[in-house]
Design a protein around this ligand. Sequence first.
Ligand code: ADE
Length: 250
Amino acid sequence: MTRIAILSALMEEQHGLLALLQQPHKTTHAGRDFWLGELHGQSVVLALSRIGKVAAATTATALIEQFGVARIVFTGVAGGLAPGVQVGDVVVASGFVQHDMDASPIFPRYELPLYGRSLIACDTALSALLFEAAEAHLARVGAGFDASSGVAAHRVHRGLIASGDRFVSAAGESVALRSALQSAGHEALAVEMEGAAVAQVCFDYGVPFAAVRTISDRADDQAHVDFAQFVREVASRYACAIIGAWLGLL
Ligand code: ADE
């Protein structure tokens, strides 16, 4: 059975999945804990990317080189960038861009030097199943939703996610970041700090990659408060439900 890696940035996002792991076995490598076991009948390894692109690339490389994983999925939270992407919505990544990559004027803004591209696409088949799993989860959550409350039901979006080594926590910064990306033709739905690095490592090794992020904040002046509360109260439940359903669809 080929092994699937399930990556999260933070322990709070991982602990629900860890509690469900069958025959858990912990091993340490590169200063990180890797949890091997079975989830929903699949052989898996759970790991933390930690925060930021370099830390995430180290974990992804270890998963491939040391644990021989055949597929990697990332589950975590992100800040909403595009107007319709609200707290509680889910974004399934179609691909990633590094919003802080700028080797201009030697290379065009956002282009990964020597890769001849700015975007790294996610695996289409794995992402389609992730979308299906996320939709099923939000449909269950929304079953008790009262349409007369005036609060919009949560949605699953599919699109580009921007990653960079910065927690975006000001409305002005978020608007500037989005419009700079738009000027280069990139319509980013959400922002986080690891996905593009994992996508690049997977691209280098030819390992299929997919990512799902629940929106914890709007990357605005309130972001740090919303983020902390969301990660504490919601992130792990969403990770368990969506990844559990996804594993069942594989
Ligand atoms: N992850 C969750 N919210 C974020 C934000 N506002 N900026 C960067 N990464 C995030």
